[in-house]
Design a protein around this ligand. Structure first.
Ligand code: FAD
Length: 408
């Protein structure tokens, strides 16, 4: 028994198992499987999440005041294991819900009371308003501005590569609030309402032929003052917290293939099955590559566990950069192996060639992890500087007022 907790492990396991037995019916499981929109939660999922939240299973590590149970990481994992065993979604959001975790870490009481519950229940759609046409890797170079006027901020500028902006109710936005201090010091972090006149969303077409990215044009958009996260002009610190959550999530996994074909396609065993079917499983170099792939995945899972243990004890989160970088390498390598196994057949398209479609989709999709949330090169910089203690890159504009920094 964990003496810091009020409940013994076995009692907790029995409780969650019995709750799932009563509430996670076969009908619910089947209806959730059927309705899975790409953006936003389906009505079936929302209604299930409402049950999970009201039973306090959604974020068990969080304080009781915010839908949690104040449980240790170890006990929260017992709950996650029980949900996973019956494939029920909704728990573990104290690790995986970027929006709710960031809000809990820095939001005002007014905003937390308004949005944390709906965020856990999938009732609110969100997006990230960080990147700008001339500020991606160097996010501290943003030029979107927010000016305080009475009880709200007025925002003007442009964002780009904004995933999910077309359905979002709020965007987590960084904007410049002081132009007379160095670039990292004059930024603030907001929850920006998206459904308003001052926000125009224009979709962009991707290499996968999907349109999840958008340009967002912001003209005199209004943000209530209570939607500021963290302290005024200290948005850079808030951003680091949010990015650490994002890297943790991206380092743990990625989206699987788009089309039918092999439903267990995320699993490395699929590579073995594909190679057997293509008659190339006996090739020694291919066998070696597949074995290496398994080793990469296992090592990354261990590294992720180490990073999470550090974070739970309040230590630095630079290990998350290592996990995200490793996942990026794994995804590119997996796509390359699938293509190599299929050979010229990997060029086919259409529903009769789902293996080839999946290989191509994964090849393009791998760039999501190696660019989104900070590119591989930027993760290498972070690892070099914060994990290995190497000297920082020279930054000529770091100490001068942002107003004097030349626009690129
Ligand atoms: C799938 C996906 C989803 C995304 N979703 C969002 C979103 O929802 N919201 C949002 O705000 N943004 C989003 N982005 C944008 C993403 O965060 C940026 O594309 C990324 O930070 C890189 O910025 P950039 O495109 O401006 O490239 P740049 O910063 O211009 O970089 C160009 C190249 O130069 C390299 N580079 C730049 N600086 C350095 C350096 N100091 N050291 C070494 N190499 C360097 C980079 O690694 C890259 O290869 C998304 C991107 C992708 C791919």
């Amino acid at each position: 028994m964990d003496t810091n907790n009020k409940i013994a492990d076995e009692e907790l396991r029995a409780q969650v198992r019995s709750w799932l037995g009563e509430n996670w019916t076969q009908a619910k499981a089947a209806s959730l499987k059927q309705h899975q929109p790409l953006w936003g939660a389906s009505d079936e999922l929302k209604s299930w999440l409402a049950e999970v939240v009201s039973a306090r299973w959604a974020a068990p590590r969080w304080p009781t005041e915010w839908f949690g149970r104040d449980l240790s990481n170890k006990q929260a994992k017992i709950i996650e294991a029980e949900f996973a065993a019956v494939r029920a979604p909704g728990t573990g959001q104290d690790r995986t819900n970027l929006w709710a975790n960031t809000l809990l870490a820095g939001g005002t009481e007014v905003l937390k009371s308004k949005l944390i519950g709906p965020l856990l229940q999938g009732e609110v759609n969100m997006c990230l308003l960080y990147s700008e046409p001339n500020a991606g890797s160097d996010l501290a170079g943003i030029r979107t501005r927010a000016d305080r006027q009475e009880d709200h901020y007025v925002v003007n500028g442009q964002k780009v590569w904004t995933s999910g902006a077309m359905t979002a109710d709020y965007g987590m936005l960084i904007a410049r609030t002081d132009w007379d201090v160095p670039k990292h010091q004059g930024i603030s972090y907001f929850y920006c309402p998206m459904k308003q006149e001052g926000i125009e969303v224009r979709p962009l077409r991707q290499i996968t032929n999907e349109s999840q990215f958008n340009e967002v044009f912001i003209t005199d958009a209004l943000i209530p003052a209570e939607n500021l996260l963290g302290n005024f002009n200290q948005g850079w610190q808030m951003l680091q917290t949010a990015l650490a959550y994002e890297r943790l999530i991206m380092g743990e996994g990625a989206r699987g293939p788009r089309s039918g074909g092999n439903k267990k396609a995320k699993n490395v065993e699929v590579l073995i099955a594909l190679a057997r079917e293509a008659g190339v499983l006996e090739q020694p170099k291919l066998r070696q590559d597949i074995a290496q792939m398994i080793a990469y995945k296992k090592l990354n899972a261990l590294n992720g566990a180490r990073g999470k243990a550090d974070i739970s004890q309040g230590a630095s989160s630079s290990l998350m950069s290592l996990g995200k970088l490793a996942m990026s390498r794994i995804l590119h390598e997996e796509a390359r192996l699938r293509t190599e196994i299929l050979g010229p057949g990997s060029l086919f398209e259409g529903s009769d060639y789902s293996d080839a479609e999946n290989a191509n989709f994964l090849t393009f999709q791998a760039y999501l992890t190696s660019i989104g949330g900070g590119t591989d090169q930027i993760q290498r910089n972070i690892i070099g500087e914060r994990v290995l203690g190497l000297p920082k890159e020279p930054e000529v504009d770091k100490k001068i007022p942002f107003r004097e920094v030349r626009a690129s």
